[in-house]
Ligand binder design. Structure first.
Ligand SMILES: Nc1ncnc2c1ncn2[C@@H]1O[C@H](COP(=O)(O)OP(=O)(O)OP(=O)(O)O)[C@@H](O)[C@H]1O
Length: 247
C-alpha cells in the first residue's frame, strides 16, 4: 500500500480559543487525532455535523487558501472560517504531491475568477486548454467544475473536495466517481465531504461518519445517504402517502 501525502492529523485543543465555534461541534470535539487509511476518505453526516469545518481546517493547516484553489492561491472574499486550523498538525508522508487543489462547491465561482487572474500573461486559448478549452465562466457550473477536475487533477496528487457533487447531474457524478477512482489507483489522495449516494459507493474508500457526536468508520450501506435514497426509491409511493398525510 502506498503512503499517503496526508497520513493523519492531530488537534491540540489547548490552542483553540474557548469561544471558537468548533468547540461546540461534538464530532470534532471528540477527537485528538485522525488517520487516513485509504487513498479516498469520505466525510459523511447530517448537515451541521462539522464535515466542512474539519475539512477546511485540514486544508488550511496544510497550506491551502480557505476559499479553495491550489497552494499558490492567495485571496479572500469572506472571513467565516474557524481558527481550528491553528491547532491542527498535519502528519505528512515522505513524498510531496505532484499537484494539489482544495475545491469547495460554495466558493467555486471565486476560484474560477482567480484562475483567470492567475493566467500569468499566457495566451488565453493556450491557458484555457488546460481548463477544458474555455473560460470557466463561459461553462455551466457543473461543466466548469468537472473540466477543472478532468484537466488539472493528476496522478500522485492531493485533493480536498467539499461536496463536489453539488453542481453535477447523477450522470456526471458517475463520471467523477470513475475519475477519482482511477486517480486514486495511481497514488492520488482524496479527502472528500459528500452527501452523494453515488460518490459514496466508491470501491475501496474509507467512510468516516460525523454523526452521534463522534467520528467513526462506517460502511456504504450504513450511510444515511444510501439508506434514505434506497428507502425513497423502493417505497416512494408509500413514503409520500405517509409523509404528506401527516403534514
Ligand atoms: N463561521 C461560522 N461561525 C459560527 N458557527 C459556524 C460557522 N460555520 C459553521 N458553523 C456551525 O458549525 C457547525 C458545523 O458546520 P459545518 O459547515 O462544518 O457542517 P457540515 O457537516 O459541513 O454541514 P453541511 O453538510 O450542511 O455542509 C454548524 O452547526 C454550523 O452552524
Amino acid at each position: 500500500m502506498d503512503e499517503k501525502f496526508i497520513k493523519g492529523i492531530k488537534i491540540d485543543w489547548a490552542r483553540v480559543e474557548k469561544s471558537n465555534y468548533s468547540r461546540n461541534i461534538p464530532s470534532i470535539q471528540s477527537i485528538n487525532q485522525l488517520y487516513f487509511n485509504s487513498n479516498i476518505t469520505f466525510f459523511v453526516g447530517e448537515n451541521g455535523t462539522g464535515k466542512s469545518t474539519l475539512l477546511e481546517s485540514i486544508a488550511v493547516a496544510y497550506g491551502f487558501n480557505p476559499e479553495g484553489g491550489n497552494r499558490n492561491f492567495n485571496f479572500s472574499t469572506m472571513d467565516t472560517h474557524s481558527e481550528l486550523h491553528q491547532a491542527i498538525t498535519v502528519i505528512k508522508g515522505v513524498s510531496r504531491p505532484k499537484s494539489n487543489f482544495f475545491l469547495r462547491a460554495e466558493s467555486f465561482y471565486n476560484v474560477a475568477s482567480k484562475i483567470e487572474d492567475y493566467r500569468d500573461g499566457d495566451d488565453y486559448s493556450a491557458y484555457y486548454e488546460s481548463y477544458g478549452g474555455k473560460s470557466m465562466h463561459e461553462q455551466s457550473h457543473g461543466e466548469s467544475f468537472l473540466a477543472l477536475i478532468q484537466n488539472r487533477f493528476t496522478t500522485k496528487g492531493l485533493y480536498i473536495l467539499d461536496e463536489p457533487e453539488a453542481a453535477l447531474s447523477p450522470q456526471r457524478q458517475l463520471t467523477l466517481l470513475i475519475l477519482i477512482y482511477n486517480l486514486a489507483q495511481k497514488g492520488t489522495q482524496f479527502i472528500i465531504a459528500s452527501h452523494s449516494p453515488i460518490l459514496l459507493g466508491m470501491p475501496g474508500a474509507s467512510i468516516l461518519s460525523f454523526g452521534d457526536g463522534k467520528i467513526r468508520e462506517i460502511t456504504y450501506e450504513e450511510t444515511e445517504s444510501y439508506k434514505v435514497t434506497e428507502l425513497f426509491i423502493n417505497n416512494r409511493q408509500l413514503l409520500l402517502n405517509n409523509m404528506l398525510e401527516n403534514e
